[in-house]
Design a protein around this ligand. Sequence first.
Ligand SMILES: *Cc1c(COP(=O)(O)O)cnc(C)c1O
Length: 401
Amino acid sequence: MLLDHLQAKLDDLRAQSLTRFTRVAETGTAPRQIVRGADGLARELLMFCSNDYLGLAAHPEIAQALAEGAQIYGGGSGASPLVSGHSRAHHEVESQLADWFSPWIPNAKAIGFCTGYMANLAVVATLGDAQAEIFSETLNHASLIDGTRLAKATVTRYAHVDLEDLRARLAASTARIKLIVTDAVFSMDGDIAPLPGLLALAEAFDAWLIVDDAHGFGVLGASGAGAVEHFGLRSERLIVMGTLGKSAGLAGAFVVAHATITDYLLQAARNYIFSTASPPAVEHALLTSFSLIRGSQGQQRREQLTALQARLRQGMTALLDRHPALPWRLAPSSTPIQPLIIGGNAEVMALAAALEQKGLRVPGIRPPTVPKGEARLRVTLCATHTNDDVDRLLAALEDCA
Ligand SMILES: *Cc1c(COP(=O)(O)O)cnc(C)c1O
C-alpha cells in the first residue's frame, strides 16, 4: 500500500517534469569536474552550479588544514557540544566570528551549528516563542520556512522586498516580541534584501532582524563578512546566520548576535543541544578559510567575481537583444547568483540537458523551489571561473537560443 502510494506520487512528479536525481561527482568541487550522469557515464563538465563562490572548496591550503586538523583531533567530535564535542577549534571559530562581526553587531557573540539548515531552524524556532510574531519574507529559504513551522509564534508573511507591506503588518501587530526574518541574498534570484530599510523598520517598531546570509558571507563586504558589512549596518537588533559550506568552502554554519541571544540559543536550541558537534578538523580548517576570506586572496577573488558577473550580464543582455522573441529573462542580480528565467518546467529541463550535451552543467530550478511558470537556469559564478569559461557558457546559450 505504501509502495503503491509513493509510486503514484513519483509517477505524478515525472508527468510534470519534476523528477530530481543525484549525479555522482568523481572529483572535487571546481569549475571543471568529472561527473557521472544518469546514463552511468563519467564526463568532464564545466560547472556553473556550486555555491563555492570564492573557489575555496578545493584550495590546497584548506585541504592541508583539514589534514592537519585530522592529525590533531582525529575524526568525529564524538558528542554534542554541551557534552564533550566542543573542541578548541570550535571555540576559536566562534570567537573569531564574534570579533569579525563586532563592527556591525555590538556585544556580538557567535554560536556554531553543523549546517545552515539547522542554524535556521534553531534561531527561528527558538526565538519565535508563543509571545512572538514572525514577519517572514515571501521568498525566504526553505529552512527559514521550516523554522517558522516549528515556532510557536504567530507567522505573518510579507511581500518580496516590500518595505511598505512590512511596515503595515508591523504597525498592526500587538505581539510583545517581533522578529523580521529574511534572506540577505535570495538564493534563487540573486537579489539583495533592502537591509537598511528593514533595520530602520525594526528600530521603529521595536522588532529584531534575523538575516540569513548564506550567499553573502564571503562574497559581500570589504572583508567578506557579508551583507551587514556591505551596507555598513550597526545594531544590536541584527541576528546574522551565515553558512560555512558555501563561500567558506567547508561545512557548518553560525549565528552571530547580541550575547544574550546566543547564550539563550545555547540553553534552548534543541538542534544545538541534541546533535553531535561538527568534526573538529573541519573547524580547524575553517580558521584557514577565514584568514583566506579576510586577506588579500579573498579580496582578489571578490574582485574577480565582480568582473565575471559584469561579463556574463553584458553577454546575456546582448544575446537577449539579438533574440527579442525569446521569452527568456535575466534576473536583476548583482551577486554571483545570475538566474536566467525560462518559464516552463519541461523547457528549462530541455535547455539544461542541451547545455549538458555541450559539456556545461547549469541546473534547472523548478517549482516548488521557485514559483510556477518561473522555472530557471540558476547560473552561479565562482572566482575560479575564467573569462573563457563565461564566454563558453554564452556561446552555448546562443546555440540553444
Ligand atoms: C544553503 C542555504 C541554507 C542552508 O545552509 P546549509 O549549510 O547548506 O544547510 C540556508 N539558507 C540559505 C539562503 C541557503 O542558500
